[in-house]
Write a protein that binds this ligand. Sequence first.
Ligand code: 5GP
Length: 201
Amino acid sequence: MTDGRSRLTVLAGPTAVGKGSVAADIREHHPEVWISVSATTRSPRPGEEDGVHYHFVSDEEFDRMVAEGELLEWATVHNSARYGTPRRAVEEVLATGRPAMLEIDLQGARQVRRTMPEALFVFLAPPSWEELVRRLVGRGTEDEEERARRLATAVEELAAETEFDVSIVNHEVHASAEELVALMRLGRGNSAPGHPSGHPS
Ligand code: 5GP
């Protein structure tokens, strides 16, 4: 791109594949990468801080954000809480040219695909279905019924891989994080997939 704006990167993938861990690794090792802080209606988990991990908001506040067009995308995830990306922060960071990333669910990624098709869409894939099941069970944060629901969603989510520009197989979190940052560097000058750096689409 020629105007100094950076290209947004959107990281999505099935439940329990490790998107959150990859984002946390990038936050730790690559402070130059800006990662959007989403708004959510779910309650904070132990150790989560408002404004750092999420902006924890009420249902009424989330309704207001949606009504006023403050969210770039939003979705109800796992039939429970709502999550959304505050638009203004993303626009401001892209304008500075700083590498910027969203870690969101598939429904959100599809919305961004419609409104910002020039973004780089990265799918984080599990090494295998068995490994995805193992990670979901091993995490131990969901009960049996919730796990079954998330696995059903994961089947559909895996089928969406072909909608993405590129896939990273998440064998190991740090390696995946490094691969993603390297991709972001490569994609920096591109305004659209398939367009070489410096040639606006
Ligand atoms: P958790 O509650 O475990 O932090 O996140 C649950 C899911 O919500 C994850 O799949 C995560 O990618 C997704 N998520 C987090 N923030 C956003 C957001 O702003 N928009 C959308 N669409 N999904 C999000």
